[in-house]
Write a protein that binds this ligand. Structure first.
Ligand code: ADP
Ligand code: MG
Length: 344
């Protein structure tokens, strides 16, 4: 439709604008959990507690012991395009935090009943904020809460029936939540994570464990028994973690984790380089298994490619491919060796 007197151009209400933005990031309960956990990590939390009810469709509650949000800033935290993480285009070119779009809380809040509660260490009382109505006006109330922040998300998608229809069973939705927690927990051995579903404790990852311990807990002992350590550096790029030995591998593709600057990515370039290393070098019916962290200067990548930050662009993709290939080849004992192993 064009614009004429019957259908004039109007500015959408804040709520509707947020709901449209939510369409890109808030696909299901697991995406809410991801955004909220990333906020807790950006706030320096060392413990994150996640309580889920009915696969997250009824309730998602996340509590952290991070630096908190002052009473004066609670309303802003719930507003769209409001962030404490970047200031200008230069900051956007070198992102070091998980968040930077200033959209998650506003988006989630527009498609659920979201309450944000926080108490910074230097503030004597805790306050809670709740945004309501098409203008998303924020209401503040005093409450009780230890140092840190809690976000409670009730009735996800109650006002967006189209999205609600795509929810699966509570069991399936919870499995997606678990997957998100595991991906993040693999990258943050310095943080404790506790997850409950319908009041029952389902996962607990202690903090300050070694990476191999955390991998064993999340990916099985078999994974770590068959893995070698990777630690490779080249011109400011570092690749580290664990990958499976020649002649081993796992029975499914579920044990393939790659991270770029701490963010889990399913990146085609990385996957391609890894596949090339393992070509024919694994046991029959086995798939490469790896947990690998690529660390690179933030100005060498662009993470502002997809709203959910699932993708990254490398400025020097050829070099990245070479680094991954060389790092793994070295770790598993040489490319020619793996061809030989495959032939024997
Ligand atoms: P972004 O993470 O992109 O900045 P969000 O909408 O996720 O945007 O959060 C908005 C702001 O609210 C953040 O920039 C941060 O300042 C604050 N915030 C959100 N969650 C937390 C938390 N758990 N602890 C401390 N501050 C938080
Ligand atoms: Mg965020």
């Amino acid at each position: 439709q064009g614009n004429d007197e019957d259908t004039p151009i109007v500015v959408l209400s804040p709520q509707l604008a947020n709901q449209i933005a939510a369409g890109e990031v808030v696909e299901r309960p697991a995406s809410v959990v991801k955004e909220l956990m990333e906020n807790s990590l950006d706030a320096g939390a060392t413990k994150i507690t996640i309580n889920i009810e009915q696969g997250g469709q009824k309730r998602i509650a996340i509590q952290d012991n991070g630096k908190g949000i002052s009473k004066q800033q609670l309303g802003l935290a719930l507003s769209r395009h409001a962030t404490s993480k970047i200031r200008d285009i230069d900051d956007l070119e070198r992102i070091t935090s998980m968040g930077f779009r200033g959209e998650a809380l506003a988006s989630i809040s527009s498609v659920s009943r979201l309450t944000l509660i926080s108490k910074p260490v230097n503030q004597s009382a805790a306050w809670q904020a709740f945004a309501e109505g098409t203008d998303m006006a924020v209401e503040l109330k005093p409450t009780a809460h230890p140092d840190g922040t809690s976000v409670e998300v009730l009735d996800l998608f109650f006002n967006t029936p189209a999205r609600r229809k795509f929810m699966r069973t509570s069991k399936t939705e919870f499995q997606h939540v678990e997957q998100v927690v595991k991906r993040i927990a693999l990258a943050r051995t310095d943080v404790e994570f506790v997850v409950s579903h319908n009041q029952k404790k389902m996962l607990r990852f202690a903090n300050n464990v070694t990476l191999d311990k955390r991998i064993a807990q999340i990916c099985s002992n078999q994974f770590i028994e068959n893995a070698v350590r990777v630690d490779y550096q080249f011109e400011g790029i570092r690749l580290h973690g664990y990958c499976c030995k020649i002649g081993t591998g796992m029975p499914t593709r579920d044990y393939q984790y790659t991270y770029v600057n701490g963010r889990m990515m399913k990146d085609r370039l990385l996957a391609h380089a890894i596949r090339q290393v393992y070509e024919e070098a694994l046991a029959p019916q086995k798939f490469p298994a790896y947990v690998l962290f690529l660390d690179i200067a933030p100005e060498q990548i662009d993470v502002n490619v997809h709203p959910a930050k699932h993708e990254v662009r490398f400025h020097e993709s050829r070099k990245i491919h070479d680094v991954v290939f060389k790092a793994l080849t070295e770790a598993i004992g040489g490319y020619s060796a793996n061809i030989e192993a495959a032939q024997n």
